[in-house]
Design a protein around this ligand. Structure first.
Ligand code: XMP
Length: 525
């Protein structure tokens, strides 16, 4: 695409902050297209090709007073575009433009570190802060060890906090802005307004809409795939479904979807997914019922990682078997999202410890010699949902809670048996029905039942029971990385426990899991 045809673009140079992705979120909410790139990748040539209309320097964990710490390319300051520096981004901007930064407690200097809530007092007025300070000082979120000790020439102070005399600084002539706090986080309540002002001042028209994205994505898919065939593994989740519908809109019957039923799905799930794709979209779909294969292989296994690996391996085998039946398939469609893309290029390296080996169809493309089609690579989860709505997928489908690849296997701690799975399915259906009836489904990120590997004694009627205990789980989260338990009322919990015990033979005790993540995880295995 030529420079003239594409969206106005904002570049975020990543210096390794934990919250860089949130900057992108705030900007996308303003209909501004932006990309995050690690500082090492941002060379002069890159800048020239990217041609940003504005640049943001993220925060980062390093100290600019340390030799060899991250720097932006010097040419970024000569492009004549507005720049906003955040935290480390502020410090690096000062240092590069002739100011001075002092190390704080963390980097060994004597300055004042500042973590958490702080209040900024204005000095003079700055367009970037339009809408701020109407009711006095503004709350912001600080997280810095070092601090700016002398401003670069041309800069002035526009806000101070008790521990950051240079909390807000700007060289308005060059349109360089630099703040010590993090406007992208929730705890800087007016932060979104600051970004809104910044992009308005930079001249963005807000041309990043889902309607435009849909048209462009369709054109790109057609150009990439030509008349070749594409296969897409459907999980029933939002990402793969939206990817499939979008690709189908682009290339019609050149797309075939494969839905692998491993026998570990929720009640009615296979019918729902297959029905939606066949009836509403008329998308060629292979419904691979391989439950016997999966459940047979899982028999006697109780270790969580062994279960995951068994399912992951079989999934690839089965997918490959069905994909081989599609003559001339050259592409594999995946619902990779932008956070996955960023994660894999993050300069600070990937995850250090494997807590759980989440699986997807990784490894398949090389093994099968397929090329990838990833039309959601530029989107965040909420944008995928917006695209789904744009494509006309029913809200009931788009709003579904995430469901893990290994399915009910990891909600059945210990050994999996068909009998336990049947009990679990029924209990889960009652629980979800309760949540829907009480109008809580959309407030909850994920809710499910886990059947516990323990039987307990109860009394029903006049008789003794000796049945399974189960745990209800419901969490709020934005991305599944951290989560808190959902604060159901006691009435809701009591009513739900009664219903499950009355309606689900095999369960005589119901508990509610109130562990947050961390230290717990969302799933039980
Ligand atoms: P945890 O349990 O790690 O879950 O806190 C975070 C999110 O990931 C989902 N999850 C998985 N998804 N394969 C998947 O595709 C897996 O093996 C897997 N394990 C957990 C989980 O449902 C939650 O949304």
């Amino acid at each position: 695409m030529s420079k003239a045809q594409r969206h106005e673009r904002l570049l975020i140079i990543d210096f390794g902050s934990q919250v860089t992705q949130l900057i992108a979120r705030r900007l996308r909410e303003l209909n501004v297209y932006c990309e995050i790139h690690p500082y090492q990748a941002v060379t002069d040539a890159f800048l020239e090709a990217f041609d940003p209309k504005a640049v943001i320097f993220s925060g980062g964990p390093d100290s600019v007073v340390r030799d060899g710490s991250p720097r932006p390319p010097a040419s970024v300051f000569n492009r004549g575009v507005p720049i906003l520096g955040i935290c480390y981004g502020q410090q690096v901007m000062m240092q590069e433009l002739g100011g001075r930064v002092e190390g704080g407690k963390i980097s060994g200097g004597g300055g004042t570190a500042e973590f958490g809530r702080a209040y900024v007092t204005p000095e003079g007025s700055l367009e970037l802060l339009e809408g701020w300070f109407a009711d006095g000082d503004e709350q912001v979120w600080m997280s810095h060890g070092d601090h700016v000790a002398a401003l670069a020439p041309g800069f002035e102070v526009f806000g101070t906090s008790p521990n950051a005399p240079y909390a807000i600084t700007a060289d308005t002539g060059r349109r360089f802005y630099a703040v010590q706090f993090h406007p992208e986080v929730h705890h800087t309540p007016k932060g979104a307004k600051l970004y809104e002002n910044f992009v308005r001042m930079a001249g963005f028209s807000g041309d990043w809409t889902m309607g435009a994205y849909r048209e462009e994505a369709i054109a790109k898919i057609r150009a990439q795939v030509g008349d070749k065939k594409v296969i897409c593994g459907l999980s029933g989740g939002v990402d793969s479904s939206v990817a499939a519908v979008l690709i189908h809109e682009a290339i019609g019957d050149q797309l075939t979807c494969v839905f692998v039923d491993h026998g570990l799905l929720r009640q009615g799930e296979a019918e729902e997914v297959v029905g939606m794709f066949r009836d509403n979209y008329n998308i060629p779909l292979i419904h691979a019922d391989e439950s016997e294969l999966f459940l047979g292989a899982l028999e006697g296994q109780s270790d969580p990682e062994t279960k995951r690996k068994t399912i992951g391996k079989l999934f690839i085998d089965v997918f490959q078997k069905y994909a081989n039946q599609i003559d001339g398939a050259e592409y594999l469609a995946q619902g990779t999202l932008y956070p996955d893309v960023i994660e894999s290029v993050s300069f600070s390296g990937g995850p250090s410890v494997t807590i759980k080996s989440h699986h997807n169809v990784g490894g398949l493309p090389e093994k099968m010699g397929l090329k990838l089609v990833e039309p959601l690579r530029e989107l965040f989860k909420d944008e995928v949902r917006a695209l789904g709505r744009e494509l006309g997928l029913p809200q009931s489908f788009i709003g579904r809670h995430p469901f893990p690849g290994p399915g009910l296997a990891i909600r059945c701690p210990g050994e999996i048996t068909r009998a336990k799975l049947d009990i679990l399915r029924l209990a889960d259906a009652v629980y979800i029905d309760q949540i829907r009836k009480h109008g809580l489904y959309d407030e909850i990120w994920q809710a499910f039942v886990a059947i516990l590997p323990v039987r307990t004694v109860g009394v029903m009627g006049d008789g003794r029971t000796y049945d399974y205990a189960c745990a209800l789980r419901a969490v709020t989260s934005v991305d599944g990385m951290t989560a808190d338990y959902y604060p159901f009322s006691h009435e809701f919990l009591g009513e739900t426990a009664t219903r499950i015990i009355n309606e689900v033979p095999g369960i005589n005790r119901v508990t509610y899991d109130i562990t947050s993540k961390p230290p717990g995880t969302i799933e039980w295995e």
